[in-house]
Design a protein around this ligand. Structure first.
Ligand SMILES: NC(=O)C1=CN([C@@H]2O[C@H](COP(=O)(O)OP(=O)(O)OC[C@H]3O[C@@H](n4cnc5c(N)ncnc54)[C@H](OP(=O)(O)O)[C@@H]3O)[C@@H](O)[C@H]2O)[C@@H](O)CC1
Ligand SMILES: Nc1ncnc2c1ncn2[C@@H]1O[C@H](COP(=O)(O)OP(=O)(O)O)[C@@H](O)[C@H]1O
Length: 463
């Protein structure tokens, strides 16, 4: 609570350095964080006013006493007091309710939230704006509209996705060292910076050649959806795969002459024959592959080599067959199929869904969206960036090829997943700046080389 309150005080001081600060403290730990923030702000010489509910949490009670001991008076919290004290304040800190809130909001709290929103003051919310259920991307009732949210320990679903995220304003993460026993039950995520990602990207020696830069097999395409496999192949080549062979049951468009396109009546037999000769560094399968996808997925998973399972290969019957080198890349519809639930259940809490997928399927999971979530056994990462123009067919196929190429260049499944979504999103931003909503997956592929250079440059720029 001490670290949390201090982080909130620092954020207020950074973003709203002048004028009186009005702090609202509920009775739980969220209110305790507000009381600690008030003490630190007072120590910095800021004029503070504190309105607090009776403290129910023992640490909150203790921090109320400490605040009194340094001469800060605490006044009873009610809507009339919020209206009165808002006048002349420069910023309001919302420490009413945090992750302990269970909807629906009780009427006295709803009245306070209305008074906060009517105050016209910029609001800094602690952990989550009051009224948001931290584990839901949708709104569950009246909610504080924050200018900034200082969230504690990790990012929550409500701060990242859907209409809930619009209530949070700019989100700052205060990574706390939690006392032993304060394990978080909810799914929390971090959002790596581009610099973090740049440090994971493969670096080649000067004498690298096509045989050492990753041999990737793409298994996809079916009459009518042959382009999906070609797009994955393009994505793989554009992030540096040395040799990309596409195995398909359909005739494919010649999109890049560098791709080795093989059409086979019996793809499984062709793959088995090629594998008997030598296995590739990574495989990417499922894009437009059609009904044979589960059987081919079983074959390829049995090889135990790094692989990406996408589209038609994302089937519930494969649960438990994943290994540490697999990356599963569902969009919410495919995720719902894999978890046997509705799409609404996936999009209501994408962090929990990504975690459940990883636990059930193994390896790493990319739950795609804007933003995408990467789940791995050690935790959850949320990607940055992308462009709304990326809502067009074939974008996911491109991503699957990108991730396979990174696996083929030696990255682990979680690192390939994180680097893949980052490069894909950055390339999407670049292509979006040129093409707007007319963006196509091929345009994104064309920007991947420049996106890679942007990510690497971030280390110098400190982004
Ligand atoms: N864990 C961590 O890592 C850390 C957590 N930290 C902090 O702890 C916060 C979580 O604290 P928490 O559990 O005390 O809950 P919190 O959000 O203050 O709310 C509890 C109050 O809510 C009330 N209430 C509930 N439902 C309601 C409703 N429908 N309508 C109205 N009221 C309702 C309930 O009232 P009651 O039902 O008891 O009358 C109770 O008084 C977290 O967000 C973060 O700020 C940091 O300090 C450090 C690291
Ligand atoms: N608004 C957006 N912002 C960022 N990324 C997006 C957005 N819309 C779509 N994407 C990305 O585009 C891809 C779409 O994947 P998917 O639905 O599987 O496409 P397809 O099946 O057509 O290949 C995902 O990687 C997703 O994250």
């Amino acid at each position: 609570m001490e670290e949390a309150g201090r982080a909130v005080a620092d954020a207020v001081q950074d973003s709203f350095p002048v004028g009186r600060v009005l702090l609202l403290a509920g009775g739980g730990a969220n209110g305790g964080d507000a009381l600690v923030a008030a003490r630190h702000l007072a120590a910095l010489g800021r004029e503070v006013r504190v309105l607090a509910a009776p403290a129910r949490h023992p640490l909150t009670r203790a921090n109320r006493k400490r605040l009194g001991a340094v001469g800060v008076r605490v006044t009873a919290l009610n809507a009339a007091a919020v209206v009165r004290e808002s006048s002349g304040a420069a910023v309001l800190v919302d420490g009413l309710l945090g992750t302990g809130f269970t909807p629906p909001l009780r009427p006295e709290l709803a009245e306070l939230v209305a008074a906060v929103n009517a105050s016209g003051l910029p609001v800094v919310a602690i952990d989550v704006p009051t009224g948001l259920d931290a584990t839901r991307a949708d709104l569950v009732g009246v909610t504080v509209q924050a200018a900034q949210t200082v969230t504690l320990s990790g990012l929550k679903t409500a701060l990242l996705f859907g209409p809930a995220a619009h209530q949070a304003g700019e989100v700052r993460l205060a990574a706390l060292r939690l006392p032993v026993g304060w394990a978080q039950a909810e799914a929390l995520a971090t959002r790596p910076t581009r610099t973090d990602v740049a440090r994971l990207l493969p670096v080649r020696s000067a004498d690298a050649h096509k045989g050492t830069a990753g041999r990737v097999w793409v298994v996809g395409g079916h009459p009518g959806t042959a382009g999906a496999a070609a797009l994955a192949g393009m994505g793989a080549l554009r992030v540096g795969a040395g040799l990309v062979t596409v195995y398909s049951a359909a005739d494919m468009p010649l999109v890049m002459p560098e791709l080795m396109m093989q059409r086979h009546e019996d793809v499984a037999a062709a793959l088995a024959e090629a594998a008997a000769h030598s296995l590739p560094d990574a495989v990417c399968l499922g894009m437009g592959l059609g009904p044979h996808a589960p059987a081919l997925a079983r074959l390829i998973l049995g090889w135990g080599i790094p692989c990406v399972l996408d589209a038609d290969a994302l089937q519930p019957e494969l649960a438990g067959l994943g290994h540490a080198g697999c990356v599963w890349t569902p969009h919410p519809g495919e995720a719902a199929r894999m978890l046997n639930c509705t799409v609404a259940e996936i999009t209501r809490d994408p962090l929990a869904a990504a975690r459940a997928l990883q636990e059930r399927y193994g390896g790493a999971v990319i739950l795609k969206g804007g933003p995408s979530v990467v789940a791995q056994s050690g935790g959850l990462w949320v990607s940055r960036g992308g462009h709304p123009g990326m809502g067009s067919a074939g974008m996911g196929d491109t991503l699957a090829g990108i991730v396979a190429a990174l696996l083929g260049q030696g990255l682990s499944a979680p690192d390939a997943a994180l680097c893949g979504v980052t490069l894909h999103a950055r390339a999407g931003e670049r292509a979006g700046a040129r093409h707007g909503y007319g963006l196509s997956a091929s345009d994104v592929s064309g920007e991947l080389g420049a996106a890679w250079l942007d990510v690497v440059a971030s280390v110098k720029e400190g982004a």
